[in-house]
Design a protein around this ligand. Structure first.
Ligand SMILES: [Zn+2]
Length: 230
């Protein structure tokens, strides 16, 4: 499938933006180096990122150099915090136009559910008709991935950066969030992207505040702190 074919199907399915959530620590690395980076690229460049339990599997299945996007804002859709992190990069779908042919693939299910004997066409959509028939906006296993990325994905196509804004109970947690917000704003200012920062406005149904408050001490630090001891 060509990039244009993929983009056009995504458009007909109502996908206008691509969403990538991450921790503040990893997001700051992206901001400092001019774009979203694959986990492999961050590692090779000797930069900082929070570890993910899927890292070893990602290497095993050859997706360590891929950048993963969702077709919807998962936090908004589920009324729950996004387990990948509190900062969501929102890209315009047009970013696909800037990528070489073959670098856009869509998974059929999340690689954490892949097995070693699966063939390429079991892992990814490889056919226009199949993608057209089976792709569903908001299916959390169907990731739009940019494969084999060794360089940053430019912020030229970035529309928004949404930072979670939970109502935190513990003073210590509130202080971390305040410092984090300040540090992110300062970093964005340096990158000329300050105007893209948005504080997340949750619906009354959203459970993220009680989730954040329910985690043991240290969780807020791990998710929101710009610098983490690794
Ligand atoms: Zn929320």
């Amino acid at each position: 499938m060509t990039n244009m074919e993929i983009k056009s199907i995504l458009k007909t399915k109502g996908v206008e933006n691509l969403f990538h959530a991450n921790t503040v620590c990893t997001a700051i690395t992206f901001l400092k180096y001019g774009g979203l980076l694959s986990r492999g690229a961050v590692e090779n460049m000797g930069l900082i990122q929070t570890s993910q339990i899927s890292d070893n599997d990602d290497k095993k299945y050859g997706v360590f150099y891929d950048i993963f996007f969702d077709s919807v804002d998962i936090h908004k859709r589920t009324n729950k915090l996004n387990k990948y992190g509190p900062l969501t990069f929102v890209y315009n779908l047009d970013v696909i136009d800037s990528l070489p042919e073959g670098s856009v693939k869509i998974t059929k299910k999340n690689p954490i559910h892949w097995t070693e004997d699966m063939r390429d066409n079991e892992k990814y959509f490889t056919d226009v008709d199949e993608l057209e028939f089976c792709f569903q906006k908001g299916d959390f296993g169907q990731h739009i991935t940019l494969v084999d990325q060794h360089r940053p994905i430019s912020f030229d196509y970035l529309c928004e950066i949404i930072l979670d804004n939970p109502n935190l109970i513990r003073d210590k947690d509130r202080m971390i969030l305040k410092k984090s917000r300040f540090y992110i704003a300062e970093t964005l200012e340096k990158c000329g992207l300050r105007s893209l920062l948005v504080n997340r406005g949750c619906s009354d149904q959203c459970n993220c505040s009680s989730q954040y408050n329910g985690y043991k001490e240290g969780y807020i630090y791990y998710r929101f702190s710009p610098e983490i001891e690794l």
